[in-house]
Design a protein around this ligand. Structure first.
Ligand SMILES: [Fe+2]
Length: 139
């Protein structure tokens, strides 16, 4: 069972960002499936690590696209990414140290962490991009 489903309402309107978000959904689902069903510690550690690395890669890509587009709230967005990175690092660290994770933490992380960020912060960029494109089309 997948914990996160992709919906077109999550589309930001930048191809690279959207594809990376889809990959993040997949990585979270893979991690959650293994954590809840397979219980293979090595595999869980590997998947969590993959998620950490992909997040870092995604945040850098997203920030550089925002910078290129002249997004005025970039600094605030960077701060949001830092907070997200901190929470995924913490989850990873906890697993490395204890080889187990609190069920609540995993549920919360998998269900809300990425989706909340897309809906609250990335949508600001979506709106900015669509306005910019509209202005360009009208010019
Ligand atoms: Fe973001």
């Amino acid at each position: 069972m997948t914990i996160l489903s992709w919906h077109d309402q999550y589309i930001i309107g930048d191809w690279t960002i959207d594809e990376q978000h889809k990959t993040l959904f997949k990585l979270i689902n893979d991690f959650h499936t293994h954590w809840s069903q397979v219980h293979e510690p090595k595999e869980i550690a590997l998947l969590l690590n993959k998620l950490v690395q992909y997040c870092e890669h995604h945040f850098v890509t997203e920030e550089s696209i925002m910078e290129k587009e002249g997004f005025p709230r970039l600094e605030q967005h960077r701060g949001d990414h830092e907070k997200l990175a901190t929470s995924i690092f913490a989850l990873n660290e906890e697993y490395v140290q204890r080889r187990e994770l609190a069920s609540n933490d995993v549920q919360k992380f998998c269900k809300h962490w990425l989706v909340d960020h897309i809906v609250n912060a990335d949508y600001e960029f979506r709106d900015y991009l669509s306005l910019k494109r509209q202005q360009r089309a009208n010019a």
